[in-house]
Design a protein around this ligand. Structure first.
Ligand code: FAD
Ligand code: SF4
Length: 511
């Protein structure tokens, strides 16, 4: 009997250059599945489900064009309701398979599911690397130990290991970090190019999702879907970023504007997280482009971009894998308030929240500072349950896959891990939001007021948060100045602020 191999490809394993595909073998079958277990584990944005299925279908077509044999299970097939492993068992039998192979999943949930499936098999099986990350899965433990240190030292080690932006073993430009030259607010007049992307028609996929009763939320223009769903389109996105956005990437990385959902951000996270693009190719192509265009692209812009991919992205994965499964339950500050309705519909008088949430509903996208310092900041100040917050982020963003979403949400944004990712909670009052955006100018609340009818909720909630958590956060030396400022206020003002915060929290759904 011929040795027949079944190879599983998960929806975020669309690595066009994986060594699996170098050789053709008529006895190897590749299987891809659109499964309810994947559409239903949280409620997802309609664009997220659509983008995954469109990218998976394009990948399957690509493999078939390479004369590889692909079995593709679509969502409208009755077996889509069965679990991943039940379907695999059926295929193993149906095709008389003698060897099962899969790539290391990036989500703990799937990794456990497939490991226990493989363990129960009576046929031979093998797990491969997904050949994507710069810290391979089997090097995670050695690299990060039991608890990752700070991101900055990890990032410097990665720069040295991969020889990125180095002059011998020293950083080009004399320093590792150009943050102080970056992160400016947006000037009044600045030209932000609008990406005239190809428009996909994804009506068929949207129809299948809806007709099969998959619960989703958010908006979609199914005739003009703009996310890249193949490697070729992902490369076009990267090129567009180089030619039009990179020169201002770092400078305005933290800026926010009501009319500009994307600003100078790359929007490459979906292409990266599905592995259509490799992180090292993105870094190397970006550096090469910047070197050819040194007159218009400064080192600060390139370093700012490289840091996100070589540093933060790989580091967050290290946090996830060294801390799971306990990480998914962490709630250091014991927050338990339900997510207010406006997270689902954007209907709030807080202009910043309205803008960040509405654009997320429209595009399945918000950039880092909108996620961290607007929606995340509010969630933290309002003591929202980190599980509900995490599920919301996991559902709404096109790029949300648990290994990267969870450390960003529970760790960086909600401080639910008690300080593994961040040395102090990322909290800010209206002052910061006003400095970095035009939101406050168009808001019914007054960003300068802490108390009174029109006082910005972020202000009283900020001081309330500090007061409420003084017993645990008061010892953190990085928060000493904040506590000094709080203690400097007289008793009457403090009482009024806390009263205002209590009123806002009681009426959170009408803010
Ligand atoms: P750019 O600003 O152009 O940055 C370039 C690339 O750097 C991104 O594509 C991304 O791959 C990487 N990157 C930047 N920041 C981070 C970071 N903090 N962690 C990991 N990678 C980073 N990113 C996800 O990919 N998936 C998520 O589910 C996710 N959830 C988040 C939740 C919260 C609460 C916060 C604060 C951040 C989250 N991020 C997540 C990180 C970041 O916001 C997104 O990667 C970024 O906004 C994607 O847009 P972009 O491609 O235009 O990024
Ligand atoms: Fe947001 Fe407050 Fe500014 Fe309004 S005033 S946009 S609620 S920070």
């Amino acid at each position: 009997m011929a040795n027949k191999t079944l190879r599983l490809i998960l929806g975020d394993q669309l690595n066009y250059h994986h060594s699996w595909y170098k050789n053709q073998n008529k006895d190897t079958i590749y299987v891809m599945m659109e499964l309810r277990q994947e559409t239903d584990y949280v409620m997802h944005h309609i664009q997220k489900v659509t983008a995954f299925f469109a990218a998976m279908r394009a990948f399957a077509t690509h493999l078939q064009s390479q004369n590889l044999k692909v079995v593709y299970l679509k969502l409208d097939h009755e077996n889509a309701r069965k679990s991943l492993t039940d379907n695999l068992s059926q295929y193993l039998e149906e095709y008389s398979i003698t060897t099962f192979e899969y790539q290391q999943p990036d989500e703990y949930r799937l990794s456990e599911q497939l490991a226990s499936f493989a363990e129960r098999l009576s046929i031979s099986n093998k797990k491969y690397s997904s050949e994507h990350f710069l810290v391979p899965h089997d090097a995670l433990e050695d690299t990060f130990g039991e608890k990752p240190g700070v991101m900055e030292s990890f990032y410097r080690k990665m720069r040295l290991k991969y020889k990125i932006l180095l002059d011998e073993d020293k950083p080009i430009g004399g320093k590792w970090n150009f943050d102080e030259e970056n992160r400016k607010s947006l000037p009044k007049s600045i030209n932000i190019p609008i990406y005239k992307s190809y428009a996909h028609d994804v009506k068929d996929i949207v129809q299948v999702i809806q007709e099969n009763g998959v619960k989703s939320f958010g908006n979609i223009d199914a005739k003009n879907f703009h996310w890249p769903t193949s490697r070729q389109e992902s490369l076009q996105y990267l090129q567009y970023f180089h030619h039009n956005l990179l020169h201002n990437f770092g400078k305005y990385q933290d800026a926010m504007h009501t009319d500009e959902p994307f600003l100078f951000h790359s929007r490459l996270s979906f292409a990266l997280n599905t592995k259509m693009l490799h992180p090292l190719e993105v870094i190397e192509k970006t550096i090469a482009f910047a070197q050819e265009n040194q007159d218009s692209i400064s080192l600060a812009q390139v370093e700012g971009f490289v840091r996100q991919i070589l540093g933060w992205r790989e580091y967050m994965r290290g946090v996830y894998w060294t801390q799971m499964p306990e990480y998914a339950k962490k709630n250091f500050l014991q927050h338990s308030r339900k997510l207010p309705d406006f997270y689902w519909n954007g209907k709030t008088n807080m202009r910043c929240m309205q803008a960040a949430i509405s654009q997320s509903l429209d595009h399945a996208y918000a950039h880092h500072i909108q996620r961290l310092m607007v929606t995340g900041n509010f969630a933290l100040l309002a003591n929202l349950d980190p599980k509900e917050v995490s599920d919301w982020y996991l559902g709404i963003y096109i790029d949300a896959i648990e290994w990267v979403e969870m450390p960003n949400t529970r760790g960086m944004s909600q401080f639910a891990d008690g300080g593994i990712v961040a040395t102090k909670p990322y909290i800010a009052s209206a002052n910061y939001i006003n400095k970095m955006s035009n939101y406050c100018k168009n808001c019914q609340y007054n960003h300068r007021e802490k108390t009174g009818e029109n006082a910005c909720p972020f202000n009283s909630l900020y001081w309330n948060f500090l007061d409420q958590h003084q017993s645990v956060l008061g010892k953190n030396h990085r928060m000493a100045m904040m506590y000094k400022n709080w203690e400097r206020k007289d008793a009457e003002e403090r009482t009024a602020i806390l009263k205002q915060a209590a009123y806002y929290l009681e009426n959170i759904n009408s803010l």
